[in-house]
Design a protein around this ligand. Structure first.
Ligand code: GLU
Length: 296
């Protein structure tokens, strides 16, 4: 009895080795155990078909923004943007383990898409016309708003107008919409605006007193507030609208439509709400209702 069972187990082991070897033969080093397309079929020549056949997708996201895209000790980013990317991968029939994440700081997002180094960019990425000259956006899937972060005991800054006197320094990130927008409120840009490539460097600068404030989207700042309990606060109300989109290659209308369809599906089947509650919802309990996608 026992021997028969062991023989059966051995046979299964040999069989699975065979399957693994086949996977290796076709040059598939993605870690997938087969070329399965999970029963999905897409139009010939479409990006969806390419990604499904490759069983892999490259996602550009942030690595240092708590709640949206923060690289963990396991080397993988986690957050709302990452969950949105996982939903898209799933609809493409690409297993979660086959998603490759690359870091896309604000200033390099368009370039990474143009060069094909990222298939999609989900990275607190505001949809605007200037960016649409180089890439296209699916979504929006969330609407944030620009705000200002200060030390918890600072009452001298209450909004963008507080920079008009010219005596306060504010930090933001190169290539971001908040950096461009805050310029309007500065008396002396060269003196007052400090720019880095990522927001954690602004947080360090605020901590060390090199700057008086950090400006970007409220939800990004809320993530830093939650991570640094008691240290920081928002200085006032949101003063812009930042609709977050998913960046894709310019002209890939079929892929954009597919992602918009996917978002609408996720809005109604609970996946969108769960994605929020599991991530950014931990420090922002206002569960968003998915905004209407813009099929421009
Ligand atoms: N949503 C803004 C932007 O896309 C700010 C956040 C960011 O830099 O990622 O520029």
């Amino acid at each position: 009895m026992r021997i028969a069972r062991l023989t059966a187990i051995a046979a299964v082991a040999v069989l699975s080795l065979g399957v693994a070897a086949c996977g290796g033969d076709d040059g598939d080093d993605s870690g997938s155990t087969g070329g399965g397309t999970e029963g999905k079929s897409f139009a010939a020549g479409s990006t969806m078909e390419r990604l499904n056949k490759a069983q892999k997708i490259i996602v550009g996201t942030k690595f240092d923004q708590p709640g949206f895209g923060l690289k963990g000790l396991d080397g993988k980013p986690a957050g709302f943007d990452v969950e949105i990317a996982k939903i898209i991968a799933d609809e493409l029939g690409v297993p979660e383990g086959n998603i490759e994440y690359i870091e896309t700081p604000s200033a390099v997002r368009e370039e990474k898409i143009e060069k094909g180094e990222a298939d999609i960019v989900v990275a607190t990425y505001t949809i605007n016309d200037k960016r649409k000259e180089r890439i296209d956006f699916a979504g929006p899937y969330y609407v944030a708003g620009q705000n200002i972060l200060v030390k918890a005991d600072d009452s001298s800054i209450t909004g963008p107008d507080s920079f008009k006197a010219g005596d306060k320094k504010v930090c933001s990130v190169q290539g971001s919409t908040p950096a461009a927008n805050i310029e309007k409120s500065l008396a002396n840009k060269a003196e007052q605006l400090v720019l880095f490539d990522v927001y954690t460097k602004c947080i360090d600068a605020l901590n060390s007193g090199q700057v008086n404030a950090v400006t970007t989207d409220n939800v990004i700042l809320l993530g830093f507030i939650a991570r640094n309990e008691g240290k920081f606060k928002l200085a006032g109300e949101n003063f812009t609208e930042e609709p977050y989109g998913i960046g894709v290659k310019k002209g890939d209308t079929a892929f954009r439509t597919f992602i918009n369809d996917t978002l609408e599906k996720a809005y109604s089947d609970g996946r969108y709400e769960k994605a929020w509650k599991d991530t950014a919802g931990k420090f922002d309990d206002q569960v968003p209702t998915g905004p209407a996608v813009n099929r421009y």
